[in-house]
Design a protein. Structure first.
Length: 354
């Protein structure tokens, strides 16, 4: 909690809130993080509510316990003491949660009765806090936090205009707090998604056309590092049109490995559902001889294995032994290969590979 330099100038009838208050809340609302929001709030609140101590509590929506605490003008021991001994015995907070408006202890009881309460002796007496005011931060009908202010007896009690200003700030701060919490949660989810993407075993390339940025996960970086010119191959692949209406477009591209051997890139490309300027590409690298020379998806993996061995001159029995298949199964795979590739013999198969 922090001392405030002066009262915010309001008349007996506060029909409108000063522009400075909107500027203050606007500055708080644009804070990029919750910690920065707390700092901006505590730096500026003293202009509007004079108090030797000020705090901002974010509450658990179910238990009303504190999830986050930012305060100036009090010690850490005071804050821990309040959570341990004071929160559930604080009559001001209890009334605030029921009435959903700013309340101070002078509204509830005389000063002598306040100083006789156990919660005063155990907590508030630490800073001679004879005057306590709290205002609820309400979002969608739920109290998500409170603004807290404390004064000594010498500073005097809080007045009606203090409560009205506190209520106004709390209402405006509610929207700001909800906005920052949403941004914080989205940032957390984004970071989790990026971490998961980096660890994904599939090679994924995400291109943001609006920001002219491209992100390759670890698997994609390793894949393109195997090529003689991975950057050019990626750029040529990304020139192919992505799928439309949420569908995946499939593309393939003959490439060379770093050692000069032929290979083939296959890609599934689509626009992101939430943003047409974001293109998602999932890439595979096929390095076997047959995979490098025929279109992706035409042959199953087992058909590729059989075709490669047959093209090298192995007989059906030899292929069967090497792949632990029956001769009949080998013949069936070769028949499927011939049909898919539009050829009729081993000779044509060898010529296709050559």
């Amino acid at each position: 909690m922090v001392a405030g330099p002066a009262y915010f100038p309001v008349g007996s009838e506060m029909d409108a809130i000063d522009d400075r208050l909107f500027d203050f809340i606007g500055n708080v609302a644009h804070a990029p993080t919750m910690q920065e929001l707390e700092n901006r709030y505590l730096d500026g609140i003293g202009t509007f509510v004079r108090a030797s101590a000020a705090g901002l509590y974010v509450l658990d929506p179910f238990t009303h316990g504190a999830q986050g605490i930012a305060a100036r003008g009090v010690s850490d021991f005071f804050l821990s003491r309040y959570e341990e001994l004071g929160r559930h015995h604080d009559p001001v907070l209890e009334r605030v949660l029921v009435e959903r408006r700013a309340v101070d202890n002078a509204l509830l009881m005389p000063a002598e009765q306040w100083s006789d309460l156990p919660v005063y002796g155990e907590v508030f007496r630490l800073h001679r806090m004879m005057n306590l005011m709290e205002a609820p931060i309400v979002v969608d009908g739920e109290v998500i936090g409170t603004l807290n202010f404390g004064r000594t007896a010498a500073e005097g009690p809080f007045a009606q205009h203090d409560r009205r200003v506190a209520d106004a700030i709390a209402r405006l701060l509610g929207a700001a707090l909800a906005s920052v919490r949403t941004r914080t949660e989205l940032t957390r989810q984004r970071d989790q998604a990026l971490a998961a993407l980096e660890l994904c075993s599939d090679a994924v390339v995400v291109t943001d056309l609006h920001r002219a940025q491209r992100r390759l996960n670890l698997a994609a970086r390793q894949l393109f590092d195997q090529l003689s010119d991975g950057e050019a191959a990626l750029e040529e692949l990304m020139m192919r049109k992505p799928g439309s209406d949420g569908a995946m477009a499939r593309h393939d591209l003959p490439v060379s490995l770093a050692d000069g051997d032929p290979a083939r890139l296959t890609a599934r490309v689509r626009h992101a559902e939430s943003d047409p300027n974001v293109v998602i590409c999932m890439v595979d690298l096929l390095t076997s001889e047959i995979a490098a020379r025929v279109l992706p998806g035409e042959l199953t993996q087992r058909e590729r294995d059989v075709a490669e061995l047959a093209a090298r001159g192995l007989r059906d029995a030899e292929i069967a032994t090497q792949l632990s298949l029956s001769r009949y199964t080998v013949k069936q795979h070769l028949k499927a290969v011939y049909g898919k590739l539009g050829i009729r013999s081993r000779v044509e198969l060898a010529r296709l590979l050559a």
